[in-house]
Design a protein around this ligand. Structure first.
Ligand code: SF4
Length: 371
């Protein structure tokens, strides 16, 4: 398959592994931000190809995983209201909140529907003017343009029965939060290529300078990731801290100007709570005042409840690269994809789900722990 097979060649992967072996002189810890990259790393065994002195840790780049319990509770509450249709990406349905999940709400009679785009939810609003259509807008900068387009279009058409429960989050403030943490052990980052396709990479330059940390914009195929790691290691070994672009076939420095303009017209930057991590300043998107009529939280006067994570779940530490999933005592024991305790075991981009799917064999877990 074009644009896939050429980025998966085992011989080229072996060449990168040899180049890394020659380049590395001391231990380095590198974080891949995106859950899609985490799954590729674990699925293709990229971490097992690397020299022992390179440690990969997994970052918070799974939007389903970081959506706070409070917003899931609000989604459940609005879904239970009469005449409401709650539209969501499928991954969100089994993420545990405090009082259950959206799938349980659906089983109990709430009208919860899986959509593949906010524009699908907009089409429902047009087709059912007697119903209130609420889209659960989860995602990073990657999905924000489509959400912005949907609400922009709703306003143009004068649709009154469409609204958003907004949970969009931003990557750069999360990187800063990780670097400001006392537990930080990350020395370089692989930034998420698809986020940078939209946003470009200029906003990472001040972070690289301030924290003296290399950031390499990286794609998602195995050779992309190996090359991104190689570029990061070369910077670390040379004492450089710059932003470099491995994913040049998709990412331009300035990103996608039209998409950025649309995001800026509809959304403003707001503080956002991240599940397991806590509130990060300026790390979310909220609707601007001129789009307030499309804000489901205001339209349905949804109340905020503070909610705690399951005490057994250490996903906050996993999302910050402090622990790996098999280090969680509940991993594959009390917590499985069928009975998840935390969001990172549910989402298709969650780190715990990646280890559960690809590394459950006891020999592959640290210390040979059995499950
Ligand atoms: S294995 Fe389950 S309980 Fe442990 S961190 Fe992952 S989601 Fe949380």
């Amino acid at each position: 398959m074009r644009f896939v097979n050429e980025y998966r060649g085992p011989e080229a992967a072996a060449r990168f592994a040899r180049a890394l072996e020659q380049a590395v002189t001391r231990p380095w810890t590198i974080m891949e931000i995106c859950g899609g990259q985490t799954h590729a790393i674990i699925k293709f065994g990229i971490d097992q190809l690397l020299p022992d002195r390179i440690t990969l840790v997994h970052g918070p780049g799974c939007p389903v995983c970081v959506t706070p319990v409070e917003l899931i509770e609000k989604a459940i509450a609005v879904a239970r209201l009469p005449r409401v249709v709650l539209c969501s990406f499928g991954d969100m349905l089994r993420v545990p909140g405090r009082s259950g999940d959206l799938l349980a709400a659906k089983a109990a009679g709430a009208d919860v529907r899986v959509v593949y785009s906010p524009l699908d939810a907009l089409a429902l609003a047009r087709a059912h003017p007697d119903r209130e259509i609420v889209f659960f807008a989860v995602g990073f900068e990657t999905t924000a343009p489509a959400t912005a387009l949907a609400v922009h279009q709703a306003a143009r058409e004068g649709l009154k029965n469409f609204s958003l429960l907004v949970a969009h989050v931003l990557v750069p403030p999360a990187i800063e939060a990780i670097l400001s943490s006392e537990a930080v052990r990350v020395q370089a980052f692989l930034a998420a290529g698809h986020v940078c396709t939209v946003m470009g990479w200029e906003e990472y330059v001040p972070i690289a300078r301030k924290y003296r940390v290399p950031i390499v914009v990286t794609g998602f195929e195995p050779l992309d990731i190996l090359q991104g790691i190689h570029m990061a290691v070369l910077q670390l070994e040379a004492g450089r801290a710059e932003v470099e672009n491995q994913y040049s076939r998709a990412v331009r420095r300035e990103g996608n100007a039209a998409a950025r303009r649309l995001i800026g017209e509809v959304f403003e930057v707001v503080p956002r709570k991240w599940r397991g991590v806590g509130e990060i300043p300026d790390s979310g998107l909220g609707l601007r005042d001129n789009y307030a009529a499309y804000d489901a939280e205001r339209r349905f006067a949804l109340e905020a409840h503070s909610c705690d994570e399951s005490p057994e779940c250490i996903s906050g530490l996993v999302l910050q690269g402090v622990k790996k999933p098999p280090e969680c005592p509940a991993f594959a024991v009390a917590c499985t994809p069928e009975h998840p305790l935390g969001a990172t075991m549910v989402s298709s981009e969650g780190a715990c789900a990646a280890y559960y799917r690809y590394r459950r064999a006891a020999a592959e877990l640290p210390g040979g722990r059995r499950h």
